[in-house]
Design a protein around this ligand. Structure first.
Ligand code: MG
Length: 288
């Protein structure tokens, strides 16, 4: 069956220069048309760098669909360290990171990219928790800043159960706040069955990471294990069926957290592309 190239275009998570995600060489050789781009470090977030990056990506026929923010001092060493260091939740770094996120939003605007994604960190589970309202306020401020440039903010899933994320979206109440759904994160962090979560969060999902993982024997306490797509506990047939049901037609962005060794990436990601292509042919929603 012929697939429609405008629905569920293939994508990969990558970066320029920082060694995260898939290398540009792999991207070129696999002819991947879209990427999520990890934001470069501050010295490279200039209009001149943005212009040269736009030219380079245009020459490769690659579209950036989301810029992902990351911050100095974040560590994914283990779950308690993530809680203490990642995103806007840690208080001691919140103000400087919020300011930096605005710079990343500006950089994304220079790239003419209309979405910025991030891990906000471990959201408090109850609205009554001390500091919850301040986190809501800072997120509102960032959404309002992004909206003035016509941009959306995508919160990456995984560090909280679906219900907690839904409550937070409701509390922030901004029309340009959405979700980047990563099914593997739900498993890695032990935050609930990913496909049930996807169905629940569905209307808010505006981008996805196609990543796979195996559950930890102590979910929520120790990491699960990230594995090549198709070898883990995410049922990608059902994942695509649910994406079709919720009306998601955006990129399927493969994320694989392995070193930038082109030959290994080429083999592993090549297999993931093949698998997703087969599934797309079965489950792709019809074009309108
Ligand atoms: Mg992800």
């Amino acid at each position: 069956m012929e697939t429609n190239k405008n629905i569920w275009p293939m994508g990969v998570f990558t970066s320029v220069g920082s060694g995260l995600g898939l290398s540009m060489e792999v991207l070129r050789r696999l002819e991947i048309p879209t990427i999520h781009l990890h934001a470069p470090r501050k010295t490279e977030r200039t209009p001149a760098h943005a212009a040269s990056l736009v030219d380079r990506l245009r020459s490769m026929n690659v579209e950036v669909t989301c810029v992902f923010a990351g911050f100095a001092g974040e560590s994914y060493a283990d779950i308690p360290t993530v809680k203490a260091t990642v995103g806007l939740v840690p208080l001691q770094t919140r103000a400087e990171r919020a300011a930096e996120l605005k710079e990343i939003i500006d950089f994304a605007a220079q790239l003419k990219v209309s979405a910025v994604g991030l891990h906000l960190g471990f959201l408090p589970h109850e609205a009554s928790t001390a500091g919850y309202n301040q986190l809501v306020e800072v997120t509102r401020d960032l959404c309002d800043y992004a909206l003035r440039q016509g941009q959306a903010i995508h919160l990456e899933t995984g560090q909280e159960p679906a219900g907690v994320l839904l409550n937070f979206l409701g509390a922030v109440e901004r029309q340009n706040l959405f979700v980047n759904f990563d099914p593997a994160n739900m498993i890695l962090y032990g935050c609930g069955e990913p496909l049930e979560a996807l169905a629940a969060i569905g209307p808010h999902v505006r981008s996805v990471h196609c990543k796979d993982a195996k559950w930890s024997d102590r979910p929520g306490e120790t990491w699960g294990t990230e594995v090549p797509l198709g070898e883990g506990d995410v049922d990608f047939s059902r994942f695509l069926q649910i994406l079709a049901n919720i009306g998601y037609s955006g990129p399927l962005t493969i994320e694989r957290e392995i070193p930038q060794e082109p030959e290994r990436q080429l083999i592993e990601v090549g297999r993931s592309v093949e698998l997703l292509d087969q599934l797309k042919a079965h489950y792709q929603p019809s074009s309108h």
